[in-house]
Design a protein around this ligand. Structure first.
Ligand code: A3P
Length: 345
């Protein structure tokens, strides 16, 4: 009799234990990691407004669920109203530099529960046709978010396009501007590789990098070549500084973002006045890809598309040396202006 009772008790304990572990696993899967667990306070089926420090859990769940549906256009007007969702103009923009790691930066920042990314490059400020459609057109291109979240857009063409600084200034003179840079010669080769791949896809032939980067008549660096011009960071930045003070820019080290992303992201969190929420848990190295990938929770991971992290063609070393020598004085000036020094050769 006693034995039977004991067996029954063990059975009950086993069922209860399984239920508790199952619920815990479910919560961890939804929330991401245990250290993100914070109380949720629903009121009348809605959520109570939070201070910034209380955002993470709710916003994270929201980003994975409802927000996704809203972005796909599956939300009703009523749902948008109930959740107080808005399409907000960006409070920060990744203005460049092309091939600096702009996509990786945007995706990694989007791990932060208070950040909502505009998935596509909008090209509002650099494209006259889009710009003529007006600021409301631009705002409607933004994702839905809670009012306390910040929207971030990236369009790398902004950095090098003449009209853009003034246009952005007119929209918001106190906007925060992010620029991600890589060693200029590597960036130029990456830029070339992207164009080359596009040509090959269309079965077209293309010049070798050496031929484009060096002027065959003078044997000097060809400053008319766009991939070279884009890497003269200081020239472009100087145009921006006519409109914005240097404090409104944050320079991200794109080479470090590849090898050691977390400290770079923490600097951006600080610049954007966000509570530190991105942790090592959110970033894991994928040996097959050779890059860090993103972990939102134990269920949802993602790596960047295969078009990010291409194999570069081999470039004549004398051309690399020539380019590095060419960029050197511009780099020095860039360090001086931004107060951020890189050990570029
Ligand atoms: P390469 O293709 O030359 O390696 P952008 O998004 O501005 O076009 O930049 C592309 C670059 O982002 C890639 O250049 C790649 O090196 C870099 N990158 C940085 N972090 C990355 C990551 N986690 N996954 C893939 N690419 C990353």
């Amino acid at each position: 009799m006693l034995f039977k009772q004991q067996a029954l008790l063990r059975q009950k304990l086993f069922v209860l234990g399984s239920l508790a572990i199952g619920s815990l696993l479910y919560l961890v899967a939804r929330v991401g990691s245990l250290d993100r667990l914070q109380p949720i306070c629903p009121i009348d089926g809605r959520f109570r407004p939070h201070g910034q420090d209380e955002i993470p859990l709710r916003a994270l769940q929201f980003k994975r669920g409802l927000l996704h549906e809203f972005r796909k256009g599956n939300a009703t007007k009523e749902q948008i109203r109930l959740h107080n969702l808005v399409q907000q103009l960006p409070k920060a923009i990744i203005i460049g530099v092309r091939k600096g790691g702009t996509r990786a930066l945007l995706e990694m920042l989007n791990l932060h529960p208070a950040v909502v990314k505009a998935s596509q490059e909008i090209h509002f400020f650099d494209n006259d046709e889009n710009y003529a459609k007006g600021i409301e057109w631009y705002r409607k291109k933004m994702p839905f978010s809670y009012p306390h979240q910040i929207t971030i857009e990236k369009s790398p063409a902004y950095f090098i396009t003449e009209e853009v600084p003034e246009r952005i200034y007119k929209m918001n003179s106190s906007i925060k501007l992010l620029i991600i840079v890589r060693e200029p010669t590597t960036r130029a080769i990456s830029d070339y590789t992207q164009v080359l791949e596009g040509k090959e896809r269309k079965n077209k032939t293309y010049y070798k990098f050496e031929k484009l980067a060096i002027d065959p008549n003078t044997c000097e660096v060809n400053t008319k070549y766009k991939a070279v011009r884009t890497s003269i960071y200081t020239k472009h930045l100087e145009r921006w500084l006519k409109y914005f003070p240097v404090e409104q820019f944050h320079i991200v080290d794109g080479d470090r973002l590849i090898t050691e992303p977390l400290p770079e992201l923490q600097l951006v969190e600080k610049f954007l006045n966000l509570p530190p929420r991105i942790s090592q848990y959110n970033l894991y190295f994928n040996a097959t890809r050779g890059f860090y990938c993103l972990r939102f929770n134990i269920v949802f991971n993602k790596c960047l598309a295969g078009s990010k992290g291409r194999i570069h063609p081999e470039v004549d070393f004398s051309v690399i040396t020539k380019l590095r020598k060419f960029f050197h004085p511009f780099n020095q000036k860039f360090y001086q202006i931004t107060g951020r020094t890189f050990n570029w050769p």
